[in-house]
Design a binder for this molecule. Sequence first.
Ligand code: HEC
Length: 145
Amino acid sequence: MIKFSLPVLAMACAFALSACSSNTEGGAAGAAEAAHTTSSAGLPVGNAQAGHDIATKGAQGVAACASCHGADGNAPIDGMYPKIGGQYADYLGHSLQAYRNGTRAGATADVMGAQAKGLNDQQIADLAAYFASVPRQLRDLQNVN
Ligand code: HEC
């Protein structure tokens, strides 16, 4: 992904107004804001509160995430369920998209595939925002015992 700093964006807008005008009438500010409205997974902006609701109560055709991943995604009911609390939002969003479209598949992944099939892009973004916002208990391999 190409990243531009704000001053560079502002200059780009000054020199190429037509390129920026499609974002909003806000010029450089609009372009900068637009850069924040999508993640690398191409998802809309997530709402952590809406994600919390799905995580704890489930949604149409989707079980509560907490029923396997535990409270805040940090208390899995069994070792086959990973901790997901505090994971990067982009990673969460991308994983859920991959489960949904079947590119992340396999014996255990298909358990998640069944969950993700019922999620739309907004719900995936909301869940990613929520789980990214909770305390992190992820460990690197050096801390595995
Ligand atoms: C029926 C149990 C179950 C439920 C309910 C469930 N999951 Fe999972 N989840 C799993 C399993 C099993 C895996 C490991 C899959 C694999 O091997 O890729 C997993 C993996 C994941 C991963 C990948 C983690 C990583 O480190 O790569 C994410 C993200 C995830 N789940 C999010 C969710 C969300 C969000 C919900 C609620 C919408 C949810 N899960 C509901 C069982 C479940």
